[in-house]
Design a protein. Structure first.
Ligand code: UDP
Length: 239
């Protein structure tokens, strides 16, 4: 049946940049509302959704380190940025009448609950969206790795990586008009062709756990729903 979900539980990775929209910094209200609408369209189908949220719209550890800041300190600041984004997303979901919880890998108990795997799984079973903030809780990692990690932990069937580009291309489509999009590619082929889909740690974890990845554009209306329906949307990375 067309439009019927092929996954019961998914892990959606949203970069901080997705929340930024066309702004240069921070959280764009219209963009956030758009993302909430996309998430709602999938939640309505009964799909259980965990979200790992990035922080690049506010702060990146590498950027801090490049100005002379201690890298680990800068990374903790980046993790705190993801908590702010997680709170904003959860609040926008609440305003749209969608139940969600934020769990953080860093404990900041006055504002968000700590990450507890069993509790997260229970929330998902109850139909709530769980927003995983704070990345992995460790410096020198990324929220892509947090997506691979939480996706594995909650038993998600796929990691959906929302980006600005609608998939993985043979070359940069902005520079090369001949570039074509891969509809499907294996982990091994992506490695041999040197395609950067996620950072190496995240990619290796998904591959080890046989957790497929679908890269798609969050700016394309209906794309998330089509991915969840198993349609050709973006690039599907398989074992
Ligand atoms: N970060 C970290 N450990 C993690 C996840 C994130 O140290 O497990 C820090 C890191 O400094 C990173 C920042 O948080 O630059 C924001 O995360 P990320 O760059 O992954 O966000 P995105 O690119 O998805 O917006």
């Amino acid at each position: 049946e067309a439009g019927k979900p092929v996954y019961k539980r998914i892990l959606l990775k949203l970069s901080g940049e997705a929340l930024m929209g066309d702004d240069a910094y921070g959280i764009n209200g219209a963009m956030l509302a758009g993302i909430v609408a996309e998430i709602r369209s999938v939640a309505e189908l009964g799909v259980e959704i965990g979200v790992v949220i990035g922080g690049g719209n506010i702060f990146r550890g590498m950027a801090g380190a490049s100005t002379g800041m201690d890298r680990a300190t800068a990374d903790y600041m980046g993790m705190l940025a993801t908590v702010m984004n997680g709170m904003a997303l959860s609040d926008a979901l609440r305003q749209a009448g969608i139940n969600s919880r934020v769990q953080s890998a860093l404990s900041i108990e006055q504002v968000v609950e700590p990450y507890i795997r069993g509790k997260a799984i229970r929330y998902l079973e109850e139909g709530r969206i769980v927003v995983f903030a704070g990345g992995t809780g460790n410096p020198f990692f990324t929220t892509d790795t947090a997506a691979a990690l939480r996706g594995s932990e909650i038993g998600a069937e796929i990691v959906l990586k929302a980006t600005k580009v609608d998939g993985i291309y043979t070359a940069d489509p902005k520079l090369d008009p001949q570039a074509t999009r891969y509809t499907r590619i294996s982990f091994d082929e992506a490695i041999s062709r040197n395609l950067r889909i996620m950072d190496a740690t995240a990619f290796a974890l998904c591959r080890d756990q046989r957790l497929p990845i679908n890269v798609f554009s969050i700016f394309k209306p209906g794309a998330l729903k089509r991915v969840v329906a198993g349609e050709d949307e973006g690039t599907f990375v398989h074992v």
